[in-house]
Design a protein around this ligand. Structure first.
Ligand SMILES: C[S@@+](CC[C@H](N)C(=O)[O-])C[C@H]1O[C@@H](n2cnc3c(N)ncnc32)[C@H](O)[C@@H]1O
Length: 272
């Protein structure tokens, strides 16, 4: 093994144990993603492993390079429809003093939590402040954009946006649309690593979790760790939405899968 490969292998292992993202079988892809960063710092991949230990803030720069942040409003609308029509009505009665808590667990640049907010408001089932959306991600740059609520008009963020929603839920600026304040005020953004050993303490309890299109980057060991934490964080009978390409039915968990003609999702059952 060449020295550079040795460094990248070590780095892939460090990344895996830090945040679950698994480059261990594709170290050349990892090499391409961090090449410019290594050049800028004047370090080899092996030296970079040591640098991460003495400069923990460097993890933020690395995470920006290795995460895939693709997302858009109204992604995977079949499960969103189920959420709005079937799940939300079950939670009617929540109040600002006892809000319904929904967690968007890998929210990227915010399109997912704002979509959830739009669906909640559009349902007309809850008064102002009766639903709180906690939106978290490991990528600080993505969170910074998410907090702004600003999206370029021509961006792919709007590729599945129902046309009638622009006027209702966005304010138009020159080249941008900004999410309206009534939606933004529902969402609280926080920096969070899903592999954090203290995830349970940091998140407390929630009623519904969306964790879509992130588990595809993890192996079963990391997925099981995250799903077990989700199980504990969810209130009894709580719901879990994963991406359509992500299934946990082969893992031993306490979740029951609910199939509908167009989608599937999970409900917290008895612990196994
Ligand atoms: C492809 S985006 C998915 C966004 C959105 N959930 C959706 O379905 O459109 C995946 C996100 O997972 C985040 N991510 C990756 N590993 C993570 C981890 N260990 N903890 C928290 N977020 C993570 C990335 O930063 C990225 O923003």
């Amino acid at each position: 093994m060449k020295v550079e490969e040795f460094g990248l292998t070590k780095l892939a292992e460090m990344i895996y144990s830090y945040c679950g993202i698994d480059y261990r079988r594709d170290i050349s892809a990892l090499g391409s993603k961090i090449k410019e960063r290594l050049n800028a710092l004047g370090l080899s991949s092996w030296e970079y492993c040591g640098y991460l230990k003495v400069e923990p803030n460097e993890w933020d720069a690395l995470i920006e390079l290795i995460t895939v942040n693709e997302t858009y409003f109204f992604r995977e609308e079949n499960s969103l429809e189920e959420f709005q029509k079937v799940i939300l009505p079950q939670y009617v009665g929540h109040t600002p003093q006892n809000p319904l808590l929904i967690w968007s667990a890998a929210c990227s640049t915010g399109e997912e939590p704002y979509t959830i907010g739009i669906l909640v408001q559009q349902s007309g089932l809850f008064s102002r402040g009766a639903v709180k959306i906690i939106a978290t991600d490991i990528n600080k740059k993505a969170l910074y954009k998410a907090r702004s609520g600003l999206y370029k008009k021509k961006s792919l963020s709007f590729r599945r946006m129902p046309p009638e929603f622009y006027d209702k839920f966005f304010i138009e600026f020159e080249n941008y649309y900004k999410v309206k304040e009534s939606i933004m005020e529902m969402v609280e953004f926080k920096h969070m690593n899903l592999l954090d050993d203290k995830l349970r303490e940091k998140m407390g309890k929630v009623d519904i979790i969306f964790c879509r299109n992130v588990l595809i980057y993890f192996d079963d060991v990391a997925i099981k760790k995250i799903i077990d934490a989700f199980y504990d964080i969810l209130n009894p009978g709580g719901y879990l939405f994963l991406g359509h390409a992500e299934s946990i039915i082969h893992l031993k968990t306490g979740f029951k899968v609910i199939y509908t003609p167009s989608t599937f999702y999970y409900r917290k059952g008895e612990k196994v």
